[in-house]
Design a protein around this ligand. Structure first.
Ligand code: ATP
Length: 265
């Protein structure tokens, strides 16, 4: 694997080595290595079914890998006790592919839930803090009392982001956050992500099929193919890799359009 890392003298925040994930005889990952550096937005791309979401679930502790090592903040997740692991996992914020908000709760109640359940805050304080998180995610004040069904797709994504930020995470995991958004909404979400990364010193693991996001928001890109991370590095060097899927992805009509848009921006 080619893994051009940011040489800032620190260990990577997340270090995945020799990861294997299999479901029965279906091997999804084998000998997969990946680093997430502190403060970076890492774009994770790959064909449908290449194992991007499975990788995310392995790192955040929702799926036990078949083999390999996942170090987070310098600690090997498999070696930790359940309570130590849950302390590590509390430092993660996750936005899943379909947002996964509770439809029977208002946005403030949705965002307050982790604050009540995991931080033990009383409801009134949790909901006050939830309103701040919703504002941080760019939602107007009145959104706090609205239900998910009353909102546009873009607002739902922002609310899910607010919930992912509820416990002040250090690392944010996003699974296709701009899927289903119109190009203007997607570009606004990309800008919000960069602003939050800078303001909150976040590190971001971002699964995306959105080429514009890769060009505008990501510091590095990792390509999943052939059960592993085939290449990881700055976008220009990844796009120049001589491999059929990578070539078609970055140099097809959509890839060229995204590159031109980024150049003229
Ligand atoms: N719980 C599971 N049981 C069995 N197979 C699974 C399970 N979860 C994922 N898989 C399989 O693992 C493979 C990788 O799935 P994954 O969802 O990670 O792909 P992906 O790269 O995120 O795809 P997409 O871009 O379409 O979202 C798929 O073949 C999927 O069917």
């Amino acid at each position: 694997m080619v893994n051009e890392q940011v040489d800032d003298g620190f260990r990577p925040l997340i270090r995945v080595r020799d990861l294997e994930n299999r479901f029965g005889s279906h091997v999804v990952h084998q000998e997969l290595d990946l680093d997430l550096e502190r403060g970076e937005i890492l774009g994770v791309v790959g064909g449908s079914g290449s194992g991007k979401s499975v990788l995310l679930r392995s790192i955040v502790g929702l799926l036990r890998p078949s083999a390999g090592r996942i170090e987070v903040f310098g600690e090997d997740l498999q070696q930790l006790s359940a309570s130590a692991r849950s302390r590590v996992e509390r430092r993660f914020g996750v936005l899943f592919q379909r947002g996964a908000l509770f439809t029977s709760l208002t946005l403030a109640e949705n965002v307050a839930l982790p604050l009540i359940e995991h931080a033990g805050l009383p409801r009134s304080e949790a909901e006050a803090l939830a309103r701040l998180k919703l504002a941080l995610a760019g939602l107007p004040g009145k959104a706090a009392t609205q239900y998910p069904a009353e909102l546009s797709g873009g607002m739902i994504k922002r609310a899910a982001l607010a919930r992912a930020l509820a416990l002040d995470p250090e690392v944010l995991f996003l699974d296709e956050p701009t899927a289903g958004l119109d190009p203007i909404g997607a570009a606004a979400f990309d800008r919000l992500l960069m602003t939050l990364r800078d303001a909150l010193s976040l590190s971001v693991f971002l699964i995306t099929h959105d080429l514009d996001t890769l060009y505008t928001a990501c510091d590095r890109v990792a390509v999943l193919a052939q059960r592993r991370v085939l290449v990881a590095g700055p976008l220009e060097s990844v796009a120049a890799t001589d491999e059929a899927w990578i070539h078609d992805y970055f140099h097809g009509p959509r890839g060229r359009a995204a590159e031109n848009a980024a150049r003229t921006a």
